[in-house]
Design a protein around this ligand. Sequence first.
Ligand code: ZN
Ligand code: ZN
Length: 210
Amino acid sequence: MNETSRAHFPVIRRPQRTLTPEEHETVRRTALLNFQGGMIMGIIDPVPNPSPMSEEEGARVRERVWPAFMTEIDRKYPFGFWRWSMCERGTCWNCLAKRCDLCVHRQEGGPHVDDNTDWVYGARGQGVAKVILRTDDAPCVWWCRCPCAKDGPAPDGPAQRRRRAKQAAAAKPEAAPAQEDGAARPDRAAAPRQGRRVPQSVDEAQYTLF
Ligand SMILES: [Zn+2]
Ligand SMILES: [Zn+2]
């Protein structure tokens, strides 16, 4: 994380999606692999940009116009796979698990900036045209939609609590638990590579989500 990159890419605050009980249920039914993929891509709670097409019209196009391979993949994710551009992505997996101290965009000093274009695909999946996704000046970039701060001192989290516990334990040597060894590394060292922090079981992950 460095000051220059943050200065170039100020946080873009976009509204967060609140899942309805029905949507929670849809997320809960997602297969583990797709659930974890969706968490990493920020498409567990995506927010659609305004569109000239209604939701029903969109569904009709997906059903009747999309080639089968797209529909197949799209169906595996709670809110689809192909339809989300970077600026429509939602909350990062750490924030969904209430680990704002590890928000992916805090860890990296910001997101990778997209070039504000995407592709139109032909029936066999080949790219046939570039499409400009946004008409306003905002870059089409994924900033985790969690309202937490993406810079400055990290909020309190288990890593800090473990560190404090270890310091307290060290002050009273007879009480120091041996298994704390290695558990109190600094945050950045404990930070996951992509996907590493996704909870192991789907139930565990989904309970922390809701
Ligand atoms: Zn957060
Ligand atoms: Zn986040």
